[in-house]
Design a binder for this molecule. Structure first.
Ligand SMILES: [Zn+2]
Length: 168
């Protein structure tokens, strides 16, 4: 688990230690961690020299917990997970339908046969109906399908097969 760039400096300002939430004495060294944010920004965390080790340990433990809570790559609390707990049979059926739908969309993307594309498209529509009957709530995260293939799909069928959450 990588945290960021580490620096050790003489503390000049009143800074709170990220770990113990106590002020760091201005006459001592602090450890500074430069963290890279998801959008390319950076932010700084300060620690007592002795507080970095327990903090990293805690972060590692929290991360392991988060990973354990996730199943099938979806965050907890998603209704897919709820469904899996409440009705494993329905969840399995939905999963089968979703897979079948994904396969048909792949066929459409890879085919130039208009007649077949039309047939598959109808089946995908049918599947979409069945899937939303099982679970009307739609998962917000777009699928792994890229925007380029979505556009290609729309072009091919003249009908937008947009994964849920996709915003044109
Ligand atoms: Zn501390």
């Amino acid at each position: 688990m990588i945290f960021g760039l580490l620096g050790r400096n003489g503390n000049r300002k009143d800074r709170l230690c990220r770990h113990c939430k106590e002020y760091i004495d201005t006459n001592t060294d602090n450890l500074m961690l430069v963290m890279l944010g998801k959008k390319g920004g950076r932010y700084f965390l300060y620690f007592h020299t002795g507080c970095l080790e327990p903090w990293t340990l805690e972060q590692k433990r929290k991360r392991a917990e988060r990973l354990k809570e996730r199943k099938g790559g979806r965050p907890t609390g998603s209704s897919v997970k709820d469904l899996r707990e409440q009705s494993p049979e329905l969840a399995a059926k939905r999963e089968w339908l979703v897979r079948r739908q994904a396969r048909l969309i792949r066929y459409i993307l890879n085919s130039e046969d208009k007649e077949k594309i039309r047939k598959w498209k109808l089946e995908v529509e049918e599947l979409r109906g069945q899937i939303s009957e099982i679970l009307p709530f739609q998962v917000k995260k777009p699928g792994r399908r890229t925007n380029a293939s979505i556009e290609m799909l729309s072009r091919k069928t003249g009908w937008a097969v947009k994964p849920v959450g996709y915003k044109a």
